[in-house]
Design a protein around this ligand. Structure first.
Ligand SMILES: [Zn+2]
Length: 372
């Protein structure tokens, strides 16, 4: 049984919401159409010609990658250059291409979280907060006969979740008045006459990203033809998202043991170290990919060691001057852990929906560096 690209996109965007991506990024469906149907997906860190060949050989209908194939607008598609060849092969073989990049870096259970967990760290704190979820207050006026139904519909759709509590709703009883005009079909009252009804004002908190779903659920349970509801912006801050995570070990780890563990768990062929490695390590920060731009944020949190990739000469000097030890384990090495994890998450969500789609993990090694 095949599944539409649109369904897969919806699942990906639940795992890595698009609004978390930076403005400069180019995420989402890059080649293809949401209307296409497919039976096999390939998840990969990068897209290069070998990955596309792998997809063709395996009858894959969609490649999901981390690094977008196209960042900036292109002015031609020529198959005497690498990008043109890849695009030609994708189009000729009707392979959809989707990128989840900085949204996969920033989301819960994304690149940084996986790296953090792989290294056995605990008590994660975001190193550089970039976005906070917007919260809204939803107020709905409900006749007494339908209060419980509407309350449940709010909570079941995800409204009123505060910390470890769900279905948090406050109700105030009062009298609602209305006059049905010509052409209406009122649940209560008669055309042209003022109707006074005992109603409950139900109010709850809703993350902006699920407002539409909550409203749809409420309107389905509410008996009125025209439902009265208000939406207020709130100054409360919702879940935060950002780059990198700082954490700690319960028991400090000796320097050599720590370095061995990092190499082994990340399968890092080499570690480049700037600054002085402490003899005992307890507080560690991570940032998958290129974390050089947040060295000062990392230093400010009081961590002893910052593990990331793509550190430049001057960033290494900056780390030294800030008194923090930076370990460059490589861009791809610190990111590639997310690929199998993301593929498994996607597969689980597809299984829940009883979609028979095969999710494959690319076997192509796209690491451009050779370590001699
Ligand atoms: Zn990257």
């Amino acid at each position: 049984m095949s599944v539409k690209v649109a369904t897969i996109m919806q699942i990906i965007e639940e795992l890595a919401p698009k609004n978390l991506a930076y403005d400069w990024d180019n995420i989402g469906l890059i080649v293809g159409s949401p209307k296409e149907e497919l039976e096999r997906i390939l998840v990969s860190l990068d897209v290069n010609e070998q990955v596309v060949d792998e997809a063709i050989a395996n009858g894959v209908g969609m490649i999901i990658c981390h690094h977008p194939l196209i960042f900036k607008p292109i002015s031609n598609i020529r198959w005497d250059n690498n990008l043109g060849v890849i695009l030609k092969k994708l189009v000729q073989n009707e392979i959809n291409l989707y990128a989840a990049h900085t949204n996969l870096d920033l989301c819960k259970n994304g690149v940084n979280q996986i790296l953090f967990e792989k290294l056995g760290l605990e008590d994660g704190q975001i190193l550089k907060v970039e976005k906070a979820e917007k919260l809204l207050k939803l107020v709905v006026f409900v006749p007494m006969s339908h209060v419980e139904h509407v309350k449940m519909s709010m909570g079941n759709a995800g409204a009123g979740w505060i910390g470890g509590y769900s279905h948090c709703v406050f109700g105030t009883q009062g009298i609602g008045s209305f006059k049905p005009l010509e052409g209406t079909n009122p649940y209560l009252g008669s055309t042209g006459e003022i109707e006074d009804v005992e109603e409950m004002r139900l109010e709850t908190i809703v993350p902006e990203k699920i407002l539409k779903t909550v409203l749809k659920s409420v309107l389905k349970e509410h008996p009125y033809e025209e439902v009265a509801y208000d939406i207020y912006p709130l100054a409360n801050s919702g879940d935060k998202y950002g780059l990198g995570l700082a954490g700690r070990y319960d028991i400090p780890i000796a320097k050599n043991e720590f370095l061995e563990m990092v190499k082994e768990r990340l399968q890092a062929p080499v570690l480049k170290v700037a600054g002085i490695i402490p003899e005992k390590i307890q507080k560690v920060g991570v940032c998958g990919g290129s974390g050089g731009s947040i060295i000062s944020n990392a230093a400010f949190t009081g961590i002893q060691v910052f593990i990331t990739g793509d550190i430049s000469y001057h960033q290494a000097q900056e780390a030294e001057s800030l008194g923090i030890c930076v370990i460059d384990a490589g861009h791809g090495t610190t990111e590639k852990l997310v690929v199998p994890y993301f593929a498994n998450n996607l597969k689980s969500k597809l299984d829940v929906q009883k979609r028979k789609v095969e999710v494959m993990i690319s076997k192509v090694n796209s690491e451009p560096w050779t370590f001699l």
